[in-house]
Design a protein around this ligand. Sequence first.
Ligand code: SAH
Length: 369
Amino acid sequence: MTPLDAKIRERIKTVGPLAVSDFMEIALGDPDHGYYRTRDPLGATGDFVTSPEISQVFGEIIGLWCAVAWQNIGSPKKINLVELGPGRGTLMADILRTVRNVMPSFADAIEVHMVETGAVLREQQQKTLNDYNVSWHDRFEMTPAGPLLIIANEFFDALPIDQYIKTDKGWQERRVTMDRDQDKLMFGEGGPSPAKDVYVPDDLKPSPVSSVFERSIVGEQIVGDIAKRIATGGGAALIIDYGHVRHGVGDTLQAIKSHKYHDPLTDIGEADLTTHVDFAALAKAAEAEGTLIHGPIFQGEFLTALGIEQRTAALTAKALPDQAKGIISGSRRLIASDDMGTLFKVMALMSGSDTVPAGFEAFGAESAS
Ligand code: SAH
């Protein structure tokens, strides 16, 4: 039993079944033993890989996107470049290297701010970005005011969600509880004192019994804060994640350990927990604060529109044959429709202007549906 297994059982014994969001908050964010607080989970020897770890081309293209976004908002002399959940710092390093090469005036305007709660990952980011002046923050609200560009790759899928389940008595909150003998954690319905309103959109209320609806209140709050800052101070945000374009039902909570699916209720704090991002809910929260939304579009469409094929060809032309193979297969993974190309979506938030952000020109709203 892990320390968090014990902590969760203790909590259930004293306060009753836990909301899924409270369970996730402990599993991922517990200050002493939480999954993201205690380790670097990325890479072949870790639990999962992400786009920037697959290919440098990913960060190079996002660097170009940032350069165009900076021009679109009038090339301010100083701009905060904020990354949420920056992993090993690889994406930021690729962005900064690219903008230094293609647009030095933008590189000079940038102040880098990382939002990261994990001590081990912060240390790794410090190493990766040793040559740059970078500030770290625990939460987005702590980043300084002023025009800003925000990047979030695989950040929102790591935030706690609540789950609601349709039962024959109607919709109820799904909770983490224990079996009668108190030796096994399991999912259950309802609880002695419902802590939260059961929230399900009207169009999904008639779903069949056993349907699950998920909502990330924290995710909506963060995107609302981002949108408020963009609407008032100017700027743009790029959110990249796997998820769905429209509201829907489905239990997407999954645990991953050593690149394999795992039971979310075992090895708590030692396996990653993620859920599919509800882009429609994020878009609604951002629109309510007065920003314009572009997309979501498929990651494959976004990277292709911004020249991933040309960049891959340019890199392979200079590479040794073995390296060239790796570069080509990396790019393919990022854009292929049977791989990350359609599973991952890209959504941009812009301050009120008619300018369409780079990569989205050919697509109307909701083209990834
Ligand atoms: N963006 C990176 C890493 C994705 S993993 C990449 O693409 O490689 C998720 C990242 O979000 C990690 O850096 C993790 O520590 C961070 N994270 C998770 N929950 C967080 C929270 N509540 N606040 C800040 N960072 C968080």
